[in-house]
Design a protein around this ligand. Structure first.
Ligand SMILES: *Cc1c(COP(=O)(O)O)cnc(C)c1O
Length: 419
């Protein structure tokens, strides 16, 4: 069984908590840079490779700036994500706009920033024309339908996914877009989420490469890039085997050499839109044990709740928990670790073997750096936590303050209330 190691010590956590009380999300700058460099190295064989970080995973300007310094672009899916990216200095083809159910004004904004627009649906061609006309470069999202399997293992059910166009719609979209002036095309698909196999990207890549060759032959379209999107997962559980990004890059290279190069398409750029892989392990939720409760089960109540990390409540997702400074203590207690929401799914862990937890202990919930803070909400009047960056220098920098009650009330004007 692998061991999951926190990137801060109890002393560091206490020092930070003395200034910024728990709960808070903390991110590891050194880890983020390491991950980005490893990804870029894994795809260095492809001229023009670019990672477009999925902003929705961790929409914090300080994080986005670090990623930009490492050569990453951004993948946005809404007006506000575009605005955030613009404020961080992203421009032009550093931005991929992979939205769905898009409004014309969102296309207007994306186009005004020079973003690459990735169309989720055939009918969005009309919305695109309305919003900004047809740009020279357009990408289309493919949904092959059916089941997506790797070998004998079914990974997901594209036929049930709301995203993307059918194969026939894809060809028609390319034709129509070309008639309307588009010159360069992208092809995108996202067929399985949080995959823990080095075969996901290579398998997806082969499908997209073969489809790109066919589309080029059928329509004459110039395919400039292929976007493998997100979906490369992380080892949330200690027993999970981590993905090997070098092996993944090599697997995609092999498919590229076998499919695209012989078809005379050896100039196609590869793009990715990873969120989870880039950030999840490089973030943690730090929370303090506040209460213990002994009824039909043993409960530890902490000061964070599902509003700070929704994945366990929403998907039953596993997040490993380390009790700081008790890393080597025997896990001889069984707890439910719970938040304070009036919702019985507000549990970070159920029947989890942990060391004896005392009130005041600091719990480190692993792998919350992506789809953690960003999925937060305000149920029960709970407030979003602070976000802190553990800088490469070792300093702790506040990169988003915690919400206050005034933030919760900011969308009312009490002076206007008439009963
Ligand atoms: C969510 C999303 C991603 C990122 O997915 P991860 O699982 O975090 O890698 C990338 N592209 C699109 C279009 C998405 O919706």
């Amino acid at each position: 069984m692998g061991k999951k190691t926190p990137f801060i010590t109890l002393d560091q956590a206490k020092e930070i908590a003395a200034v910024y009380p728990t709960p808070f999300h903390i991110y590891d700058e050194a880890g983020i840079r390491r991950t980005a460099r490893a990804l870029n190295q894994a795809f260095a064989w492809n001229k023009g490779f670019k990672e477009y970080f999925a902003v929705k995973a961790t929409p914090n300007p300080f994080i986005l700036k670090i990623l930009r310094e490492e050569g990453c672009g951004v993948d946005c899916s809404s007006e506000t994500e575009l605005m955030l990216s613009r404020a961080c200095g992203f421009e032009g083809h550093e931005i991929m706009f992979s939205s769905n159910e898009t409004e014309a004004r969102e296309f207007t904004l994306a186009d005004s920033m020079g973003a690459i627009i990735n169309l989720d649906d055939y009918t969005l061609i009309e919305t695109l024309e309305e919003g900004c006309g047809i740009p020279e470069t357009v990408s289309c999202r493919y949904n092959p339908g059916g089941e997506f399997a790797i070998g004998n293992e079914i990974m997901d059910q594209p036929k049930d996914a709301k995203y993307g166009m059918t194969r026939a719609q894809l060809a028609e979209a390319y034709r129509v877009l070309m008639q309307k002036g588009a010159k360069h095309f992208g092809l995108h698909a996202f067929l399985a989420s949080n995959t823990l196999t080095n075969a996901y990207y290579p398998t997806l890549a082969r499908i997209l490469f073969e489809t790109a060759v066919e589309l080029h032959r059928e329509t004459g379209a110039h395919i400039a890039f292929i976007n493998l999107s997100g979906g490369v997962g992380v080892a949330y559980r200690p027993e999970d085997e981590e993905n090997d990004i070098m092996a993944i890059g090599e697997g995609v290279r092999k498919a590229y050499e076998e499919v695209l190069v012989p078809a005379g398409m050896g100039d196609v750029r590869i793009c990715t839109e990873l969120g989870r892989f880039m950030l999840a392990p490089n973030g943690a939720l730090v929370t303090t044990a506040r209460h213990e409760k002994h009824t039909y089960k043993e409960y530890i109540g902490v000061d964070a709740c599902a509003c700070n990390l929704m994945r366990p409540a929403m998907y039953g997702a596993y997040h490993h928990i380390t009790v700081l400074d008790k890393e080597n203590a025997a896990c001889d207690h069984t707890y439910d670790v719970v938040g304070s929401l009036c919702e019985n799914n507000d549990k970070f862990a159920i029947d989890r073997k942990l060391p004896k937890i005392d009130r005041g202990d600091i719990l480190y919930i692993h792998d919350t750096g992506a789809h953690g803070f960003s999925m937060g909400y305000n149920y029960n009047g709970k407030l979003r936590s602070a976000e802190i960056l553990l800088e490469e220098s070792g300093g702790a920098k506040l990169i988003r303050r915690a919400e206050t009650p005034a933030d919760y009330f900011a969308t009312f004007d009490f002076t206007d209330l008439k009963f």
